[in-house]
Design a protein around this ligand. Structure first.
Ligand code: PMP
Length: 360
């Protein structure tokens, strides 16, 4: 009898729809503005003399460097393989099978996938009109969820909406749900003028802040992220993480990125990206094919076109790959444009202007 490998797999894995990352979707192009990456990489030093050894589980200099950068102690910092790993670790550390998390779509897709992969449940909060997210929406969702909610995931700045979850709302939420983990995913925080919630971490033992080197630090390729939390939370998650999660080359590069020079470079990079975002916003406003540009405090703009699929398709034909949100509830005709280099964004604008019937 032939082996039925599908029957052998876990039922929840058979049903799983994996995350449609920009790389998985692919696309033939030369200008990739679909993954909120930095348009440029930097030079790093690399020493290969210790590659015969297993790396530290938590490379000290990376932990210390990041702790210094955010103003925390080392025992409040966990280094992970991108913040994606931290999302999964939170579910694996805190959710029993059948318990779960609350999310507020449209939001980053990995929260739901990490939960489902680990047999946890997902309940979706309803946002207010105009996608506004309040503490009350999330508190209501926790009340209504037909399972025990262990964590609420909020991205701030949000992906793809671009907006910040206000501090007053976060404080309300933390106080209303003292026995639930509130996870503030700050993957894009360096691009925003809003204060990081790291500043209130010590007063709120149920707060976890997620950060990454993938965006403002221009290091998506090394997969390095951080969970910042009370030492007891960090200790629990350290029990669950793999024994050697951070490869030595990653640690070497991360260490340089979070040293003083690396942070100065990051600040310059962020300033440039924010300027280009506002220039792009100004240009887009003048196009008759644009319906709405969402406010953004991140390295992307979410744009509602009159005909989103036509815009997405026309740019793809020219080799410019954007991210379509056509199939997401409420985001009909919406396309997200990562803030690439000035040349890449000029190319986007030329193509859009031609599409709108103007001079290209
Ligand atoms: N959170 C948000 C809101 C994101 O948009 C992303 C990347 N797209 C991540 C987390 C994951 O980032 P990484 O795993 O590269 O740190």
């Amino acid at each position: 009898m032939a082996l039925d490998i599908q029957q052998l797999a876990c039922a929840h894995v058979r049903e799983l729809e994996p995350y449609q990352s920009a790389r998985r979707i692919g696309g033939h192009g030369h200008t990739f503005l679909n993954a909120n990456e930095s348009p440029r990489s930097e030079l790093y030093f690399f020493n290969s003399t210790t590659l015969n050894r297993y790396p530290d589980c938590q490379p000290l200099e990376v932990v210390q460097g990041y702790a210094d950068y955010v103003g925390l102690r080392r025992d409040e910092v966990l280094v992970t393989r991108g913040s994606d790993e931290a999302i999964g670790l939170i579910v694996r550390t805190f959710c029993e099978i059948g318990e779960g998390i609350v999310i507020a779509p449209p939001t980053y897709g990995m929260y739901a996938i990490a939960a489902r992969t680990n047999r946890a449940q997902v309940f979706e909060a309803e946002r207010e009109a105009g996608f506004k997210l309040s503490a009350q929406c999330l508190i209501d969702a926790c009340d209504k969820a037909p399972f025990k909610v262990k964590a609420v995931f909020i991205d701030s700045p949000a992906n793809p909406l671009g907006e910040i979850f206000p501090r007053e709302e976060l404080l309300k939420l933390l106080e209303a749900l003292p026995e639930t983990l509130i996870v503030m995913d700050e993957a894009y925080i360096e691009f925003s003028s809003a204060a990081s919630s790291v500043g209130i971490l010590r007063e709120h033992p149920n707060l976890i802040v997620l950060r990454t080197l993938s965006k403002a630090f221009a290091l998506a390729g090394i997969r390095c992220g951080f969970a910042l939390a009370h030492p007891d939370i960090v200790a629990l998650m350290t029990k669950v993480i793999d024994p050697y999660p951070i490869p030595d080359p990653v640690a070497q590069i991360a260490r340089q990125a979070v040293a003083r020079g690396g942070i100065e470079l990051m600040r310059e990079r962020v300033k440039g990206a924010n300027e280009r975002r506002e220039t792009l916003r100004g240009h887009l406003k003048s196009l008759p094919i644009v319906e709405e540009i969402f406010p953004s405090e991140a390295n992307f703009l979410l744009v509602r076109f009159k005909d989103g699929p036509a815009v997405f398709g026309a740019l793809a034909q020219k080799g410019i790959i954007l991210r379509s949100f056509e199939n997401r509830k409420g985001l009909h005709n919406c396309v997200r444009i990562s803030i690439g280099s000035a040349e890449e964004l000029d190319e986007v604008m030329r193509t859009l202007t031609a599409l709108a019937g103007g001079e290209a």
